[in-house]
Design a protein around this ligand. Structure first.
Ligand code: IPM
Ligand code: MN
Length: 346
C-alpha cells in the first residue's frame, strides 16, 4: 500500500468550495485501491495575509516540500492589492518548486457548448513555460508617478529553461496520436527570445523526428484558435503568451469553469501543483454556485502525475459523462461534486 501526501491550499472565495468537491472525488477515485491520501490543509491566501501580512514563508515552503503534490483552489480577494498574492504566493510556489511545465489541456467535451459556431474537434494541450518570461520580476521603474516614468519588465528566456520545456512538449506530442507541435511566439518582433525558442524547437526536433512542427506568431495563433482550433495538438509557448492563450482556449471549450491545469515539475525535485485555471471569484463566493468541474479535472491530472492512470481516467470519464448530460441544468457546487463522485464510484 501507498500513502500520497497531499498539501491542500484551498485558498479564498470559491477556492474552498471547489476544493472540497475535488477532495470528495479524489477519495472515491482511490477507494478500493491500495493508495490512501493524507492531506495537510495549508493556511495560505488572502485570509492569512489580512491576518498576518504573510504570503508564503520559508517555513511554509519547507512544509509544502514534504508533500507528494499540491491541490490548490484559488487565492485572492479584492482587499489585497494586485500583485501581492500573485507574486508572493502563487508565482513564488511555481518558481520555488520549479514548475516549469504549466500544462493546460483544452478539450471540447461532447455536450459542452462552445461559443464558436463550428468548433470542430477541439482537443489540444498548451505547454506553457512556468518559470521564466516576463513573470520573473526582472524589471523596475524610475520616476514613478511623473510624466517621465520608465517602467521595465524584462522577459527572461534562458537556453536551459527554454530547452527543458520544449523537450517536455515534444515528448507530450510524441505520445499523442497526431504528434504535432506548434511553437507560438512573436519572433518577428521579439527577436532575441523568439529566435532562441525557434532554434531550440528545431534542435530538439532531431530527438523526436516523428513529431511534425509548425510555428505561429501569437497574434495569428489567436485567430486560428477562433477560426480553426482543431488545427492544434500541442502548443508550446512562453509564460505570458501561454497565460493569454489558455484563457482563450478555456473560453472556446466551455469556459474557465471547466479549465484544469497542472504546474508540473517533470524532474520531480519538488511537488507539482494542480489547480483550476479560474480565480477566487469573489462575486459568487459563498453562494455554492461555483462549478467544481475544473478542480475535478485537475484532480484527474494530479492522479495521472502520481502514476495512478486508471483512477485518473475514471475521473475524466465521469466528468465527460456528466458534461454529456448536464445541458442547462442548474446545480449547486456540492451537487455537481456529489454526482461526479457517484459516477466515479460507478
Ligand atoms: C493563471 C493566472 C496567474 C498567471 C495569475 C493569477 C498570476 O492568471 O494561473 O493563469 O498569470 O499565471
Ligand atoms: Mn491566467
Amino acid at each position: 500500500s501507498r500513502t500520497v501526501k497531499l498539501a491542500v491550499v484551498a485558498g479564498d472565495g470559491i477556492g474552498t468550495e471547489v476544493v472540497e468537491q475535488g477532495l470528495k472525488v479524489l477519495d472515491v477515485a482511490l477507494a478500493g485501491t491500495d493508495v490512501t491520501v493524507a492531506t495537510t490543509e495549508l493556511d495560505l491566501g488572502a485570509r492569512r495575509w489580512h491576518a498576518t501580512g504573510e504570503t508564503l514563508t520559508d517555513a511554509d515552503l519547507a512544509t509544502v516540500r514534504e508533500h507528494d503534490a499540491i491541490l490548490l483552489g484559488a487565492i485572492g480577494d479584492p482587499g489585497v492589492p494586485s500583485g501581492v498574492l500573485e507574486r508572493g504566493l502563487l508565482l513564488r510556489l511555481r518558481f520555488e518548486l520549479d514548475h516549469y511545465v504549466n500544462l493546460r489541456p483544452a478539450k471540447l467535451f461532447p455536450g459542452v457548448r462552445s461559443p464558436l459556431a463550428e468548433p470542430g474537434e477541439v482537443d489540444f494541450v498548451v505547454v506553457r513555460e512556468g518559470t521564466e518570461g516576463p513573470y520573473v520580476g526582472n524589471g523596475g521603474a524610475i520616476r514613478v508617478g511623473t510624466p517621465h516614468e520608465v517602467a521595465n519588465e524584462v522577459s527572461v528566456n534562458t537556453a536551459f529553461g527554454v530547452e527543458r520545456v520544449v523537450r517536455d512538449a515534444f515528448a507530450r506530442a510524441a505520445a499523442r496520436p497526431r504528434k504535432h507541435l506548434t511553437l507560438v511566439h512573436k519572433h518577428n518582433v521579439l527577436v532575441h527570445a523568439g529566435h532562441l525558442w525557434r532554434r531550440t524547437v528545431e534542435a530538439v526536433n532531431a530527438e523526436f523526428p516523428e513529431v511534425t512542427t509548425d510555428y505561429l506568431h501569437v497574434d495569428a495563433a489567436t485567430i486560428f484558435m477562433t477560426t480553426k482550433p482543431s488545427r492544434f495538438d500541442v502548443i508550446v509557448t512562453d509564460n505570458l503568451f501561454g497565460d493569454i492563450l489558455t484563457d482563450q482556449a478555456a473560453a472556446i471549450t466551455g469556459g474557465i469553469g471547466l479549465a484544469a491545469s497542472g504546474n508540473i515539475n517533470p524532474d520531480r525535485t519538488a511537488p507539482s501543483m494542480f489547480e483550476p485555471v479560474h480565480g477566487s471569484a469573489p462575486d459568487i463566493a459563498g453562494q455554492g454556485k461555483a462549478d467544481p468541474t475544473a478542480t475535478v479535472l485537475s484532480v484527474s491530472m494530479l492522479l495521472e502525475h502520481l502514476g495512478l492512470a486508471e483512477a485518473a481516467t475514471r475521473v475524466e470519464t465521469a466528468v465527460a459523462a456528466d458534461l454529456a448530460e448536464r445541458g442547462d441544468r442548474v446545480r449547486s457546487t456540492a451537487e455537481v461534486g456529489t454526482e461526479l463522485a457517484a459516477r466515479v464510484a460507478g
